[in-house]
Design a binder for this molecule. Structure first.
Ligand code: NAG
Ligand code: NAG
Ligand code: NAG
Length: 190
């Protein structure tokens, strides 16, 4: 019953807000994470791994940092690789392929990469990250983050003058489990 309710609500709600390329059952593999610090964004966020490009998280990372890449679009060698090493890179969509961004994050030693949307008009929609056919190998989990969420995190990092957001990822959420930390404001998921 729980399963059916969840499925129905999601399939009723999501199509109203999603513009394109969203497959109906993609949300089953979404990854959730909570921000511990800065405390003004102490929320649970949702992101979507690429079916084609991503490897799965093979462990739970507690207190790992989500750090904006320099440059933010991540289309050239990342200058803050010292900070990114063994943390997660936050990169903005645009200017080069997803694979290029992931590869630069990988080279910096990042354990994962989150690519946030560059389109402020795309409210609640996940871009399906696809291969650029260059046959380069992606070795780390790569996830897509919505514009609103990415910018909320980015703004908080800037405002608080910190190098990144301290997060716990991936959360193990079963349908009947309560979130420990409330979901991010304006989120369209349950
Ligand atoms: C966002 O990224 C897409 C894909 O690379 C690109 O086509 C678009 O021009 C970018 N938009 C902005 C505002 O940078
Ligand atoms: C998630 O939690 C459930 C219930 O505690 C457990 O049975 C399951 O193995 C967990 N899954 C992962 C991937 O850790
Ligand atoms: C984050 O929010 C949760 C739930 O409201 C609270 O229990 C926790 O103490 C908060 N953590 C921080 C670091 O503010």
């Amino acid at each position: 019953m729980l399963f059916i309710d969840f499925y129905l609500i999601i399939t009723i709600l999501l199509p109203l807000t999603i513009h394109s390329v969203d497959q109906n059952d993609d949300h089953y593999q979404d990854v959730y994470f909570e921000v511990v610090e800065p405390s003004d964004i102490n929320y649970t966020f949702r992101c979507r791994p690429s079916k084609q490009l991503s490897t799965d998280f093979n462990q739970f990372y507690e207190n790992i940092y989500l750090i904006p890449a320099k440059p933010l679009r991540g289309c050239s060698r990342l200058q803050n690789d010292f900070e990114l090493n063994r943390n997660i890179a936050l990169i903005e969509r645009g200017d080069c392929s997803f694979v290029t961004k992931i590869e630069f994050a990988q080279q910096s030693g990042a354990l994962g990469v989150m690519i946030m949307d560059n389109d402020s008009t795309a409210h609640a929609y996940f871009v399906q990250m696809i291969d650029d056919m260059t046959k380069r190998k992606v070795l780390i989990p790569a996830m897509f983050l919505q514009y609103k969420d990415g910018h909320m995190i980015l703004n908080s990092i800037e405002k608080n003058h910190v190098m990144g957001a301290r997060i716990n990822i991936p959360l193990n959420l079963t349908y009947h489990q309560m979130l420990k930390v409330p979901r991010a404001p304006g989120s369209n998921w349950l």
